[in-house]
Design a protein around this ligand. Structure first.
Ligand code: COI
Length: 357
């Protein structure tokens, strides 16, 4: 399918950030966007790149009422060699299709959206920031547009991709964050939608995150919905612990998001010859390990922050310091390795990097 490109007219470019060192996350968006439409019986049609614009949505559009909305997040990087790279981009679209199946939305053609995304980034190439730690965040999104108020899967959808320059996701950057163990609210239950990137999962997480912030924490540590016993995720990230000589992360049991950074960490840790285990870790085992000194490190992983070290954990009114409140050795080594691959500073033995220039 041909992708029609309508560039923004001369003089219609938005102002680009002047100082990349002050870039935050998610406020600045580029000049163009990719879009395509879907109708049952017709499939996806009219793939196009247009100047960035507001969407006209019918107030009865089903996404607005019943939450058929899924998204992805990935990044483009200016490499050390001045070329632009993506990191495991097809995995994001495969995951988007997994999310789509779960909430009865249509799958996309991965080759077509990859082509649209690359064309969009190349058109908005000047928006890819160059300073260390910055990148172009890419947000593919799909939503139900059919105007209808009965509860059933919609028959019409919009898919779009928007992009914008970003810096660190957390203001702490690589400084360890303080987390609050959440034993009242839950993020997702097995059998629900926790393993997909649907908007509703994030809505469900907001109140706990706000309450934790009011208490002075950066994020919450989620426990499982059934027993409030096993550790699931941290904020919007997957969670890893180093206990003695074992690196542990929660298994993909249905409520955990299959993070692409999570998968990258697992593969690298295994290749480094360390003991990597995907198993359930209870909050009691964790507290015991912090208390007896066997917990070496704790960190979150995600596209936005890459590796986010945890320096303090609060549970049932007690504060526990992790790794002396500093970034641990393995967290730092993993960060350097992944970021090194992303920015083409290190050899990419896994074939994760995709050059687009
Ligand atoms: C990530 O860690 O990449 C996320 O999922 C955060 C994103 C929703 C902003």
């Amino acid at each position: 399918m041909e992708i029609k490109v309508t560039p923004a007219g001369p003089g219609c470019s938005k102002e680009k950030p002047k100082d990349e060192s002050t870039l935050g996350f998610g406020d600045i968006l580029s000049d163009h966007m990719f879009l395509m439409d879907y109708e049952v019986g017709k499939g996806w049609y009219h793939p196009r790149i247009e100047p960035y614009h507001d969407l006209a949505i019918n107030p009865a559009a089903m996404a607005l009422h019943y939450g058929q909305e899924i998204f992805e997040g990935l990044k483009a990087y200016y490499g050390a060699d001045d070329e632009i790279y993506l990191f495991r981009p097809r995995d994001n679209f495969e995951r988007l299709n997994h999310s789509a199946r779960r909430i009865c939305m249509p799958e996309v053609d991965v080759d077509l959206v990859m082509e649209g995304m690359k064309k969009l980034i190349l058109l908005d190439k000047d928006w890819v920031p160059k300073s260390q730690g910055t990148s172009l965040y890419i947000r593919p999104t799909m939503l139900a547009t059919e105007p209808h108020l009965g509860v059933r899967p919609a028959r019409g959808y919009l898919f779009f991709i928007i992009v914008g320059p970003v810096g660190a996701y957390y203001k702490e950057g690589l400084n360890p964050i303080r987390i609050f163990v959440e034993d009242k609210y839950v993020r997702a239950a097995v059998g629900g939608t926790g393993e997909t990137k649907t908007a509703g999962n994030y809505a469900a997480s907001l109140l706990a995150a706000e309450e934790a912030k009011e208490k002075g924490f950066t994020q919450v540590l989620w426990l499982d919905a059934a027993e409030r016993k096993y550790i699931e995720e941290v904020g919007t990230m997957n969670m890893f612990f180093v206990l003695g000589d074992e690196v542990i992360t929660a298994p993909l049991n249905g409520s955990i998001l299959p993070g692409i950074t999570r998968d990258s960490v697992i593969r690298i840790v295994k290749d480094w010859g360390l003991k990597m285990t995907e198993r359930s870790l209870s909050i009691d085992e964790l507290i015991e390990a912090v208390t007896n000194g066997s917990l070496q490190e704790a960190f979150g992983t995600g596209t936005a922050a890459v590796i986010s070290p945890v320096g303090q954990i609060a549970y049932k009114g007690e504060d526990y310091v992790v790794a002396g409140g500093k970034m641990g050795k393995l967290s730092q080594r993993l960060y350097n390795e992944i970021v090194g691959i992303q920015y083409a500073e290190k050899e990419d033995a896994y074939g994760w990097r995709e050059r687009i220039t």
